[in-house]
Each structure stands twice: as C-alpha cells, then as structure tokens.
Design a protein around this ligand. Structure first.
Ligand SMILES: O=C(CO)[C@H](O)[C@H](O)COP(=O)(O)O
Length: 251
C-alpha cells in the first residue's frame, strides 16, 4: 500500500504580509507539511523569497520530530543553481529540499543528457543534500519524461536515492493554473514501480481534481489556491486527505 496521505498547502497563495501567522493557521487547520515555493526569476519567470524569509516563518511552526513528520518544510526549489543553496536553506529550517531534475546539471551543458559530469548529476546532488542531514526530493516539469528518473530511483546507493518525487501538474512558476491531467500517467508508472515512494503532485489540485490524482497513486498533495482561497480551508484539507486515503486502499 502507498504511504499515508500528506497534505502540503502551498504558501505561494498565502497572504505574504502575514506569512508567519498564515503558516501557523494552516497547520492548525490540519495541514501535514507546508510547501514552500522558492523561485529565482531564472529557472521560472517569477520571484518569491529566499532563505531569510524561510528562517523567519520556520519559528511559527513546530519542527517535525521524525522524517516526513508533521511540520515538515517542503521546499520546492525552482532555481537554476540548486546545489548552491542547500546549506543556506538547511540552516533556515528546510527539512526537505526538492530540486528540479532539469536544473541539476551544470549550466555548461545545453541539456541534462549532454552532461556526463558525475559531480553535477542529480545523484551527486541527492547525496550532497543527504550529507547535510535533510531529505531530498526530485521534481520533473511537464515536458520532462518520467523515464529519466529510473536510473536515479534504481541506484543501489541509498544516499543517492530521493525520498520523494514531485510530478508537476502545471508548468512551474505561478499558482492558480489549470491542472494538467496529461501528467498523471507519470504518477501511475511511478506508483506501479515504487509502491512505498512518496509521490507528490503540484499544480491545480483541489476538490475538483484530487480524485484523479489519488487514483493515479499520488500521496503528497500540494494545494495553494484551493486551500488559501477557500471559505473553510480545514474542510478542503480534510477532503483532500479523505480522497487519498480512500483511493490508496485500492491501489
Ligand atoms: O509550484 C507551484 C507553482 O510553480 C505551486 O506550488 C502550485 O502551482 C500551487 O498552486 P495552485 O495549487 O494554486 O495551483
């Protein structure tokens, strides 16, 4: 059976003027993790915030007492140089550093396939993140085929295997976009091969789309506008959890 449902509201849709209070409130409303979107204006055409802001909001939410536990800060690094920021974000209180496959190679290569330098490979980056004592996630954009992940997930070296895979269900950069159901076969394939893996989906998730994502096998659900824009965010969080829990029994 897949791992438990983890509901991770994306604070991209929170009121940035009251971010600490928004984080604390969302946890009180039943969130498991907080999804923290870091955008650098290069990897994606938008800018959010950096480690100093994460350090400030971290103090408003209790640290998790175990890996993947309640209060995990799930930092989604939509940045062009993911290795450069690992230590700083760990220091700020990031518990799970999720980088993009597409950004993991040195900028000298025109595409990930052209880069054969082991030092800048996703596997090396995962090892580096684990060496800092935090969890590592790897994300793929809609244009990236899921096959690129097999070599990384099948690595016999445990330290070089990710703790979570994030399948983007929108093109990264902005909240409030339309859910791309075309990405769900990636989730299905991942779940078929890795029953125990934490598989996260991000983009356009809410009451109208959660059942499809849960049927495909996603268990970590990011929802920004659906939670922060709701009249009753606690009800939406509970609904997302129920869908995943019910559907995961049948997988
Ligand atoms: O990573 C993201 C955008 O790049 C956001 O986390 C995501 O889009 C969530 O927003 P929404 O639930 O409103 O679609």
């Amino acid at each position: 059976m897949p791992p438990n449902a983890i509901i991770a509201p994306s604070i991209l849709s929170a009121d940035f003027a009251q971010l600490g209070a928004e984080c604390a409130r969302t946890m009180d409303q039943g969130a498991d993790w907080l999804h923290v979107d870091i955008m650098d204006g290069h990897f994606v055409p938008n800018i959010t915030f950096g480690a100093p802001v994460v350090a400030k909001i971290r103090s408003h939410v209790d640290k998790p007492t175990e890996n993947h536990g309640r209060g995990t800060f799930d930092c989604h690094m939509m940045i062009a140089e993911p290795k450069k920021w690992v230590k700083e974000f760990k220091k700020a209180g990031c518990d799970l550093y999720c980088f993009h496959y597409e950004a993991a190679f040195s900028s000298a290569a025109e595409s990930p396939e052209q880069n054969t330098d082991e030092k800048t490979s996703p596997k090396a980056l995962i090892r580096y993140i684990h060496d800092q004592g935090i969890l590592a996630g790897i994300a793929i954009k809609p244009d990236t085929p899921v096959d690129v992940l097999w070599e990384i997930l099948e690595n016999p070296e445990e330290k070089e295997r990710p703790d979570m895979v994030l399948v983007m269900t929108v093109h990264p950069g902005f909240g409030g976009q339309k859910f791309m159901a075309s990405e769900l076969p990636k989730v299905q394939e991942l779940r078929k091969r890795y029953p125990e893996l934490n598989i996260e989906v991000d983009g356009g998730l809410g009451p109208g789309t959660i059942d499809q994502a849960a049927d495909a096998g996603a268990n970590v659900i990011v929802a920004g506008s659906a939670v922060f824009g709701a009249k009753d965010p606690a009800e939406v969080i509970a609904l997302l959890r129920k869908s995943v829990d019910e559907r995961s029994q049948k997988l």
